[in-house]
Design a protein around this ligand. Structure first.
Ligand SMILES: [Zn+2]
Length: 283
């Protein structure tokens, strides 16, 4: 692959990863036509997909798509063999449906499982472009191509950038727009600076202060700080002394609990004894 194209693909996959949560190994739904194309033109499908997606990936085929290949008979046996090496994606269509329809339903309205789709079907590709964040791969004259991001993807990415703390990734474009219209209070606030005449504030990157990982952990206190704890903070010099009294306090507390247990003990014993003393009636 040419350097320039490789760079473009790397950038594109970074977009899918950063904005839409795609992770390696990428799950690639391969359709039956793609399997045919690969075997007919001797394209090393898996290797090509790896290089186009610039990373590790897992080819998958739905039950309906492999069924389509079975229907083609013996002549397409190599394509069937190829498809059999892929992971089978359950689509739960009891009666096999056309591959395009099957893939449409598996991707759904939001591609929430983050599939990449490798398909030779033009109508399917057109349809998939309307869904945000669906990487589409096809083969053009024996060259595998990763499509540039669709308009739906770019628009959805804009929403993700503007509202980074809301989970809009799984929503369709219409739902995204709907939600954007009804921005919540905090979102309106976050939008306010750019809307007003104020100069845009610099974006804060992370919390100020030292790296939390390099700082010794604070002692976690389960109970609300008592008055004596406040005193402790104020008089650091007396720490040792205070610790001593603390120890004494805990000691006396332990003593008390021990005492109460001791008080309970004889009673329990009595009960037990009484039980034991009960005559066992043999039948
Ligand atoms: Zn199916």
């Amino acid at each position: 692959m040419r350097q320039k194209r490789a760079k473009a693909y790397r950038k594109l996959m970074a977009l899918y990863s950063m904005s839409f949560g795609f992770r390696q190994p990428y799950q690639v739904l391969v359709d039956s036509e793609m399997c045919k194309e690969a075997t007919e033109h001797k394209i090393e499908l898996v290797k090509q997909l790896n290089s186009v997606l610039q990373g590790d990936m897992k080819p998958m085929i739905t039950q309906c798509c492999i069924h389509e290949l079975y229907l083609l008979g013996k002549t397409q046996q190599p394509a069937v063999d190829l498809a059999k090496t892929f992971e089978r994606r359950k689509c739960n269509h009891r009666e096999p449906i056309p591959g395009d329809d099957c893939l449409t339903s598996v991707v759904g309205e939001t591609n929430k499982h983050r599939y990449v789709v490798a398909t030779q079907s033009q109508p399917l590709r057109v349809k998939l472009r309307t869904i945000p964040a669906v990487p589409i791969v096809h083969v053009n004259r024996s060259v595998m191509v990763l499509e540039p991001p669709s308009d739906a993807t770019i628009r959805s990415k804009e929403y993700v950038r503007r509202f980074p703390f809301t989970d809009r990734v799984g929503l369709s474009l219409e739902q995204n727009e709907e939600q954007a219209l009804h921005a919540t209070g905090s979102e309106k606030q976050s939008l306010a600076p750019s809307a007003s005449t104020e100069p845009p504030r610099k974006k804060k990157k992370g919390p100020k202060g030292p790296n939390p990982l390099s700082v010794k952990k604070k002692k976690v206190e389960s109970h609300p700080p008592l008055a004596k704890d406040k005193k402790k903070v104020a008089v650091v010099g007396e720490k040792r002394k205070r610790d001593d009294t603390d120890d004494k306090e805990t000691e006396t507390r332990d003593q008390q609990t021990a005492d109460s247990q001791q008080q309970d003990e004889p009673r329990r014993k009595k009960k037990r004894r009484r039980k034991a003393a009960e005559p066992v009636v043999d039948s």
